[in-house]
Design a protein around this ligand. Structure first.
Ligand code: SD4
Length: 318
């Protein structure tokens, strides 16, 4: 059997997992480290690691990291090349949060390839946290971002096929891949970023959890950070990432905290089995963990011991 890069990474993750016990390293001070959602987290982490391993800031690392899938047309769920909404329009959601509770966010942003960098400008150059739609676009242009068409011919063809059948797309197992990234730098500071084109063929105007501080991303530099992927409505209803961080504050490991947040969703929301939700968390000590509803969610980790892709444990053991 041919072993491809993905299999190799999985194998190395499995080997590492013996000593890892869900991301709990022997050392309680594992820094720098970067973790991110899904397989496309591997090249994204590589970009973040270039900054982190030279002693750079977590904030710079997460921005540089998530820009990789944002700019990659082959990644159909983030930035350029992302699936459009039901009207055939690519609308992007992103946010970023630093170690001082500063945060910035954009939602329903169109024609800008790197929404995370616009979110950072909102954070740094305005008194606000969130800009949406036309206002966000105007702001981005005023900061020198160039407007460009984000709908690739491949994404357009998929949308045209979808138009014929108009099947409602649920975010379940295959059709999602938001990138959420969390980093702890050599200085011991945490930051996070999250960016997505959202649910494929969503209603025009729909905004998910990814740009919402507390739902799709949360960072508390005393405790830890969390990000999410999957059916955003479930994270919004439970303020999921804030919940994960609060569980860590109460003493849970990142792994336990993610599990408890998924269990909260399962307890509170009757329809949870139809959807996928995955949480990923990193604490102040550099311990990490993840948990999801359905099998299939994985996450990428890069630290001084190398790069790994790890399958998250799930509620509905498949
Ligand atoms: C959303 N949470 O818009 C995003 C989609 C997603 O992996 O995570 N996809 O609801």
């Amino acid at each position: 059997m041919k072993t491809n890069r993905r299999d190799f990474l999985k194998l190395s993750a499995a080997a590492g997992a013996v000593g890892l016990a869900s991301g709990v390293k022997a050392s309680t001070n594992n820094k720098p480290i970067v973790v991110s959602t899904w397989e496309h987290g591997i090249p994204a982490n590589e970009a973040a690691w270039k900054i982190l391993h030279q002693g750079g800031k977590a904030l710079d690392a997460v921005e540089a990291g998530v820009r990789v899938p944002e700019g990659d047309p082959a990644i159909r769920t983030v930035g350029y090349g992302g699936y459009p909404d039901a009207n055939g329009v690519v609308t992007l959601d992103a946010c970023i949060m630093d170690e001082n509770m500063n945060c910035g966010s954009v939602a329903f942003l169109q024609n800008i390839k790197h929404p995370v960098s616009v979110a950072r400008k909102v954070m740094e150059d305005t008194p606000h946290v969130m800009l949406v739609g036309e206002g966000a676009l105007e702001f981005a242009k005023s900061k020198g971002f160039k407007e460009e068409n984000l709908l690739t011919p491949e994404a357009k063809a998929d949308w045209q096929r979808w138009l014929k059948e108009r099947e409602v797309q649920m975010i379940n197992i295959e059709n999602h891949d938001t990138i959420g990234m969390l980093a702890l730098d050599a200085n011991g500071d945490l930051s996070g970023a999250c960016t997505t084109s959202g649910a494929a063929y969503k209603m025009h105007g729909r905004v998910g959890d990814s740009p919402l501080i507390g739902a799709g991303l949360y960072v508390d530099n005393e405790i830890g950070a969390a990000t999410a992927t999957g059916m955003g409505e479930l994270m919004i209803k439970t303020v999921g990432c804030h919940l994960v961080v609060e569980f860590m504050r109460q003493g849970a490991t990142p792994q336990q905290a993610c599990q408890q947040a998924v269990e909260r969703i399962a307890t509170k929301l009757g329809d949870y089995k139809a959807f996928q939700v995955g949480f990923l968390a990193l604490n102040k000590q550099g311990q990490y963990g993840a948990y999801c509803i359905q099998p299939g969610f994985n996450y990428a980790v890069q630290d001084n011991s190398g790069s790994q892709l790890i399958d998250a444990n799930n509620l509905l053991k498949g």
